[in-house]
Design a protein around this ligand. Structure first.
Ligand code: BES
Ligand code: ZN
Length: 670
């Protein structure tokens, strides 16, 4: 039973010193695999906010009919767009996003009326927009906007770009691939490049006939290109309504392995030529993952196929384009003869992450980039749920704690951290928020929320959310509302304390035996790596807290919602010799500081390993972090010192280290 109470009024600190923009992605080591999200929070100056306006709503797209003809030798492409559009308010101009593209001609034909040729293309390069001017007014109603344009297959790994590969015979060649998130679809074709402006897409590619051409949907036609016998025109089925950042196309040379998932989806993994074997593991993961999500969300995967493709030059780790998920090679390929289990676990997590987005992100899309944390935080949590379901032998949640949770706490304890939710205006701000806070803290607080709600109601709420907003857009509050309706718990009030203010609490706890019961006195204070929180108005959190005892170390004896700075809790029927521990499974995003007596009583549970491995890991992290705090933490140091046996500083740190390592490595599980 969760004990809830009304939300306290909270002091919110919204000062945000943004992290530096992520450096170019290079895979360095295992621990830096999630580099994109793990760059440290630097003391960068607040970037100057550029004035920013969203696209006007007077004209919007209904369907894009888009034909692209890349030249893989000259690194250029030609494009033809015929967009069915709706003029909502009479106007004589159309404003769209457009970057590094030259428009040759543009016209608008109102339905059943004469074509009106645009007389001016005014590029606002800084804003990545173009204004098409027409000599007469476009009246309200539907019509067709036609634009012919040319662009460069760039070498910037964004938009429509070239990716270099070497054939098995050693020849250097280029593929043409896309990476549109967050705001680079506008580099491939003029479009309304905002996540809330959804439309359907009919995509065709004109490509050399010996190349593979892929897009979001299945191929519905392939015919010779009239002007050149070496080319073919490949036409893909119409997509569901979707955001521009999820559109994708690939033209290159690839092998593939294929299967059909239990729920009837055709799954292919595309690999470099000659490496199809290396796609088999990801294929197995994808085929297991799709039915898992279908069951979990109780919403079917809406496309007939999904392709997963390894791209030789790829800036991110992977990208969830609807029906055509792109990966860097190390995030998808497994050499069955020469791979270690951690590589397989990584591939399983990445596949689990991107396939989760097919529902959470693609079917229901964030209304604006401000809600990106939810997209990424959610996928970064559910990837573990999925891998745990498909590969229970991996014990993957322990890795979540040792990687994401621990890292998020380390960063979020710094004075220059930032709230998970930051409002985003100009597209140039989007990249800055893809960091460990949005990914790893985001995932950690959703894990805590899932535990607070319980799996049954959480699933119910997810289904309500995905059904209500499918093919539409939603904001963070919409998810809270669905989960609130499903659970009857104060989700928005709880979650706002975790997403709108930076940092997390340290929970102090001391205990007293009162006859057969144990009385716990809890209090919370912001945890700061630099020392105790100083200042008035210490931020407060609504903290879901679980309490276990030695009677059953794997089961919460009591669950409470700590919604005040201080709280007393009575644990019924706890014998004097039993230990009591907070934060079962290290699920709550807080640190615990026990009185020395409580900490001491936990030692037998650590020594005899009856305390579960993830709980020991959490305890060890908390002890370390308390030790690392500086001067004014003498009291904590003394407490730990007493527990470990009077050891003089600085030997103490060494001793705790030895102690902690003996705890975590004394069995394989941690
Ligand atoms: N949507 C992101 C990829 C992305 C992030 C593209 C930022 C453009 C800008 C994708 O779902 C993602 O999160 N990829 C991760 C890897 C994943 C396994 C966590 C990445 O690229 O680091
Ligand atoms: Zn993601």
């Amino acid at each position: 039973m969760w004990l809830a109470a009304a939300a306290p009024s909270l002091a919110r600190r919204l000062l945000f010193l943004g992290p530096p923009p992520p450096p170019l992605l290079l895979l360095l080591s295992r621990s830096s695999r999630r580099r994109r999200r793990l760059h440290s929070l630097g003391l960068a100056a607040m970037p100057e906010k550029r004035p920013f306006e969203r696209l006007p709503a007077d004209v919007s797209p209904i369907n894009y009919s888009l034909c692209l003809k890349p030249d893989l030798l000259d690194f250029t492409f030609e494009g033809k767009l015929e967009a069915a559009a709706q003029v909502r308010q009479a106007t004589n101009q159309i404003v769209m996003n457009c970057a590094d593209i030259d428009i040759i001609t543009a016209s608008y034909a109102p339905e059943g009326d004469e074509e009106i040729h645009a007389t001016g293309f005014n590029y606002q390069n800084e804003d990545e927009k173009v204004t098409l001017s027409f000599p007469s007014t476009l009246q309200t109603g539907t019509g067709t906007l036609k634009i012919d344009f040319v662009g460069e297959l760039n070498d910037k790994m964004k938009g429509f770009y070239r990716s270099k590969y070497t054939t098995p015979s050693g020849e250097v060649r280029y593929a043409a691939v896309t990476q549109f998130e967050a705001t680079d679809a506008r580099r491939a074709f003029p479009c309304w490049d905002e996540p809330a402006i959804k439309a359907t897409f009919d995509i065709s590619l004109v490509v050399p006939k010996d190349r593979v051409a892929l897009s979001n949907m299945n191929v519905i036609d392939r015919k010779p290109y009239p002007d050149d016998e070496n080319l073919v025109e490949v036409k893909f089925a119409r997509t569901p309504v979707m955001s521009t950042y999820l559109v994708a196309f690939v033209v290159g040379e690839y092998d593939f392995v294929e299967t059909r998932s239990k729920d009837g989806v055709c799954v292919r993994v595309y690999t470099p030529v000659g490496k199809a074997e290396q796609g088999k593991f990801a294929l197995e993961v994808a085929a297991k993952t799709l039915p898992f999500y279908k069951d979990y969300f109780n919403v079917p995967y809406p496309l007939p196929k999904i392709d997963l493709i390894a791209i030789a030059d790829f800036a991110a780790g992977a990208m969830e384009n609807w029906g055509l998920v792109t990966y860097r090679e190390t995030a998808l390929l497994i050499d069955p003869k020469n791979s270690c289990s951690s590589s397989r676990q990584w591939v399983a997590l990445v596949v689990g992450h991107e396939l989760a987005h097919q529902w959470f992100g693609n079917l229901v899309t964030m209304e604006w980039w401000t809600h990106l944390w939810l997209n990424e935080g959610f996928a970064s949590w559910i990837e573990y749920l999925c891998v745990d379901h498909c590969f229970p032998e991996y014990d993957i949640w322990t890795q979540f704690v040792s990687a994401d949770y621990t890292r998020a706490q380390e960063l979020d304890a710094l004075d220059n951290s930032h709230p998970i939710e930051v409002s985003v205006g100009h597209p140039s701000e989007v990249d800055e928020i893809f960091d460990a806070i949005s990914y790893s803290k985001g995932a950690s607080v959703i894990r805590m929320l899932h535990d607070y709600i319980g799996d049954k109601d959480f699933k119910k709420g997810m289904n309500m959310y995905l059904t209500k907003f499918q093919q539409k857009n939603a904001a963070t509050e919409d998810l809270w509302e669905s989960l609130e309706n499903a659970s009857g718990k104060p989700i928005a009030a709880v979650m706002n304390t975790w997403t709108k203010q930076m940092g997390f609490p340290l929970i102090y706890v001391e205990a007293e035996q009162v006859e057969d019961d144990r009385l716990l006195r809890l209090s919370q204070k912001k945890f700061c790596a630099s020392g105790s929180y100083v200042g008035e108005d210490c931020p407060q959190w609504m903290v879901p807290i679980t309490i276990s005892t030695s009677e059953d170390p794997n089961q919460a004896k009591l669950k409470i919602l700590m919604d005040k700075p201080e709280m007393n809790v009575v644990l019924k029927n706890v014998k004097p010799d039993q230990w009591v521990k907070l934060n079962l499974g290290t699920v709550g995003f807080y640190r615990t500081q026990y009185s020395s007596a409580m900490l001491e009583s936990l030692l037998p549970g650590i020594r005899d390993l009856s305390l579960p491995p993830v709980d020991r890991l959490g305890l060890q992290n908390d002890l370390f972090s308390l030790l690392h705090k500086q001067a004014d933490m003498q009291e904590e140091k003394n407490r730990i010192e007493r527990v470990l046996g009077a050891t003089p500083l600085p030997d103490l740190i060494q001793k705790v280290l030895t102690f902690a390592l003996s705890v975590s490595y004394s069995e394989n599980c941690v």
